[in-house]
Design a protein around this ligand. Structure first.
Ligand code: ZN
Length: 474
């Protein structure tokens, strides 16, 4: 074995504080939450995995194809998406040999040092597959063969892993145009695993979404509704929400570029809808329409009880070359500064005081945590703070989140952790990371005399389990 392909094991004290006294407290807290069931109320796993329960095809398809964190890092260092087998929009040639793709990934594994992907991937290799070497070019084939042999066994099928990961509930994300066939198949199968859908209407409420007009036509068809009027359009969306709810959905998700909300009169909204549905929307119209739709969705949530998630602040598809060749979600999204105080005011003026409404806010703009989000969630009964997300879903991001929001919003205005992942195998690693970082934060409060030890145990349990269960109505 060469120097780079070394034996590897995860440090059992990883992510705990370095000083022995606080570390001991953190370890004690973590031991009580480490094995709690996983609630994954927001993510992007493919429900078909659990509907069909077929073996994952191979290590490259499992670890590399769905993971945009992997794509972006490798691309930044000169690996072209074609070389990773990412399908081209034009159907042009890409690498199809999974072993070659895996070798490319393994040979570049050092690029992930210091990133959360390194910990997630190492966790999956060692804890899930029992491969106890540090991945490198030299042991790429050995790792591939080891993982491929595991994947051929029944205990590595999606449903078996779901049970082994101790997942109590996992939510995927579907558009209103989805017929939810995989979710229905899961329900009908009698399998006890709980896989929910979340209602993600961006494709039919954002006039700038690719194919928006075609999407409206598809919505008219799937909802069997007349979309020629504003009222008809809203009724179609309400109908799709009811359908999602009937299949087990408890939440909606809104990935708008900004947190902009509006509260137009019915006449103004109808006129705006008319411009939008005829394809004549300006950029300002599109932003106003999305803004109005956030408020409409909040109103519908008051009626049907679906929990609302707002995920603003990503400049999607920043790289036009990648978007043109490979489409969306290929690791080319970049965070932008995000305003909440002014942007959400029209929505909060109407619904912010509703205790029966839950709106969970996310951000990619850390400056908003202490300046805007913690004060907003620490006041409005309808608001909660989502966990640090995407670029902030990392040990440092999670630590900074607790440090910047807790003093203003407390713990109860947060909603526990969600992994927001497309990479199923990373789920245990991500939840474990969050539990460790939260316990480390609580340990510091105890060590500094800011929290009693028994309270810290209670909060650790809340953060790992109870808050997510309550906020997402799981
Ligand atoms: Zn998401």
């Amino acid at each position: 074995m060469t120097a780079s392909a070394r034996p590897f094991a995860l440090d059992p004290d990883r992510l705990f504080p370095a000083d022995p006294r606080t570390r001991d407290i953190a370890r004690g807290l973590y031991e009580t939450v480490a094995r709690l069931p996983i609630l994954s109320p927001h993510g992007h796993c493919d429900p078909q995995w659990f509907a069909d329960d077929e073996a994952f095809p191979d290590p490259a398809q499992l670890f590399i194809a769905p993971d945009h964190y992997v794509h972006r890092m490798l691309y930044s260092q000169g690996v072209r998406p074609e070389e990773l087998g990412v399908p081209r929009v034009d159907g042009g040639p890409v690498e199809t040999d999974s072993r070659k793709i895996w070798r490319r990934f393994a040979g570049n594994f050092h690029l992930f040092r210091g990133t959360p992907s390194w910990l997630w991937l190492c966790h999956a290799f060692t804890e899930v597959f029992g491969f106890h070497e540090r991945l490198s070019a030299e042991n790429a084939d050995r790792a591939y063969d080891h993982i491929a042999a595991c994947l051929a066994r029944p205990e590595f099928r999606p449903r078996a892993l779901f049970a082994r990961f101790n997942i109590e509930a996992l939510s995927t994300t579907e558009s209103p145009l989805d017929d939810l066939r995989h979710h229905r198949k899961i329900k009908a199968s009698g399998w006890r695993g709980r896989v929910l859908t979340a209602f993600r209407p961006d494709s039919v409420v954002d006039p700038a979404f690719p194919g928006f007009l075609d999407n409206l036509a598809a919505l008219a068809q799937i909802a069997d509704a007349d979309l020629s009027t504003w009222q008809g359009y809203l009724a179609a969306l309400a109908k799709r929400r009811a359908y999602f709810k009937s299949v087990g959905c408890t939440s909606t998700d809104h990935g708008h570029p900004t947190a902009g909300a509006a509260d137009l009169s019915t006449r103004e909204a109808a006129a705006l809808y008319d411009r939008v549905r005829k394809g004549g929307a300006s950029a300002a119209d599109a932003e106003m329409f999305r803004a109005q739709m956030l408020t409409e969705m909040a109103r519908m949530s008051l009626d049907d009880g679906l929990v609302m998630q707002i995920h603003p602040g990503a400049f999607r598809d920043h790289n036009p070359t990648i978007f043109k060749a490979f489409g969306r979600d290929k690791g080319a999204d970049i965070p932008t500064p995000t305003d909440y105080v002014f942007a959400l005011k029209p929505l909060l003026d109407r619904f912010g005081n509703e205790p029966s409404l839950t709106i969970i806010l996310f951000t990619l703009d850390e400056t908003a945590f202490s300046r805007e989000l913690a004060p907003l969630a620490g006041h409005y009964p309808a608001l909660r703070l989502g966990p640090p997300w995407w670029f902030l879903d990392s040990p440092e991001g999670m630590r900074r989140f607790r440090e910047t929001v807790t003093e203003t919003a407390g713990f109860s205005n947060t909603v526990g952790f969600n992994d927001d992942t497309r990479a199923f195998l990373s789920i245990p690693a991500r939840h474990d990371m969050s539990r460790r970082v939260d316990c480390a934060f609580l340990a510091r409060l105890v060590a500094e005399g800011r929290l009693e030890r028994d309270e810290a145990f209670e909060v650790a349990h809340d953060l790992a389990y109870r808050l997510a269960k309550a906020a997402y109505k799981l």
